[in-house]
Structures are given as C-alpha cells and as structure tokens.
Design a protein around this ligand. Structure first.
Ligand code: GLU
Length: 247
C-alpha cells in the first residue's frame, strides 16, 4: 500500500507530484510514475522501476514534463512483478483515460475475462489496468465520469485509493476510495491529493478527508464530494496543525 499524489492548479504539476512522492517514500515501493496533461491537452506518462530517484532523474525533477494537472504513484506490486510496464499510471487503449491505484482488486480475474470478451486487451499483469479499463468500459457507455466511477465501485471487490484523469475533463481529477487512505488539500486556485498529510503540508494545511465509498471531483481550488447515489456531500474543511518535527 504505497503512495498517490495529485495536483490541479496553475503551477507546473510534475515537480509537485514528485515532491509529494518523496514525502511518501517511507511507505515503501518498487517503482514510480507520473501522468501530466500538457498545454496541448495531451498527457505525458513517465515511469521508472526502482528508486524514485530514477524518475526524478528521467524528468529532470519534473522540469521536462509540462502541464498543470497530473497524478503520481509509487507502487508496491501485488499483481505482476515490479517493472516499468506494470508501474502506474495505467491507461485505456486510446490514451484518453489515465489512473493510479493503491490497493487490491480482488475480483480482477473475473473482470479481466469479462473485459477480454468485450474486446479489451491488456499490456500489463496488474489488477489496476483491469480497474482502469473497467472504468473506461463504463465511461464509454454513459459518458459521465461520476456514473462510470459509481458503476466501477459497485462492481469491484477489494480496496482502492484511485485517482483518474479523463481527456474530456482536462483540468480535473476524479477520486474514489475504499479501505485505502487519501486526503485532499485545497489552496488558492489549486487542489492537492495525497495518501498522507506530509505530502501536501508544504502547500496547504486545509484538507478534506474522503471517506469509504465516496467520490471526489477535484478542480483548481475546489473539491466536490459525492455518494454512490450521486448526491453531493457537504464536508467540513479541516485545518491541520501538524508539527513536521514531531511527525
Ligand atoms: N495492486 C496494484 C498493483 O499491483 C497496486 C499496488 C499498490 O498499492 O501500489 O499494481
């Protein structure tokens, strides 16, 4: 169970994603990756096996990856060996949907079979690629990211902290959670996502906690929460008083 970071705002996302992943290194991992949407709308994915340092070097500390909205991940392999193709982010065939996941999809073999019958093929051994392609399958049916995520949550068994970017919603990150931690930080015109507080402390101390079986829609400086009936949830923003030295 490793790390997720996310950012949407007006600053360059990649250095913020990598900085957050460094703060989550204590959780352990075997590979890392980021996906960032550039100014043209196209998403760049960079992955590296092994230490986060390799990803940092590959991207010149994020400087070579343009864009202000992205997601980052450190993986602790549960399905498929540690490798670059199994590292997250994962994506659909058209590369229009990108996602990172911490946790385990227990019924992934069954879902893999169903998606294969529906015409999907797979480039990795991960349960996460199956999860992303299941969301893709639902999104193509309903064209609504919230509904696609709800269908996904009703269909899968297991645990997940999940962050997804859709081409159709260029500055947004959609988040779903079950039995895997995740917090959302909101600053002036920017929103942060992380598995744990230290990853975002440098940027904001105003956070929301996303609960089990909830969805969050992150926009620049704004987070909205939904239940599985698509009702908007009213959440309190919490100000964290966190002493970094003591942590
Ligand atoms: N089960 C996923 C995988 O093996 C995610 C593991 C994690 O939590 O990092 O890729």
């Amino acid at each position: 169970m490793c790390g997720i970071t996310g950012y949407t705002g007006n600053k360059r996302a990649a250095p913020i994603l990598l900085d957050g992943l460094k703060k989550l290194e204590y959780r352990g991992y075997d590979s890392a990756g980021i996906a960032v949407r550039g100014p043209s709308g196209k998403v760049t994915v960079v992955k590296a096996k092994g230490r986060l340092k390799s990803l940092v070097e590959k991207t010149d500390d994020g400087r070579t990856v343009p864009g202000t909205c992205g997601i980052g991940h450190t993986r602790w392999a549960t399905h498929g060996e540690p490798s670059e193709s199994n590292a997250h982010p994962h994506y659909n065939d058209e590369k229009t949907l990108f996602g990172v996941h911490n946790g385990i999809i227990e019924n992934y073999a069954d879902l893999h079979r169903k998606l294969t019958n529906a015409g999907y093929s797979f480039y990795s051994q991960t349960d996460t690629e199956v999860a992303i392609k299941l969301i893709d399958y639902y999104f193509k049916k309903c064209n609504d990211p919230l509904e696609a995520l709800i269908s996904f949550m009703l269909r899968v068994r297991g645990s997940y902290a999940l962050a997804v970017m859709f081409d159709e919603y260029p500055d947004e990150i959609f988040v779903a959670r079950k039995d895997s931690p995740m917090i959302i930080g909101v600053g002036e015109g920017e929103t942060f996502l992380a598995s744990d507080v230290p990853a975002i402390l440098r940027y904001t101390r105003d956070v929301y906690y996303i609960d089990n079986m909830e969805i969050a829609r992150l926009q620049k400086g704004r987070a909205e929460f939904y239940d599985l009936d698509k009702n908007v949830l009213q959440k309190e923003r919490v100000h964290i008083d966190w002493n970094e030295e003591a942590a």
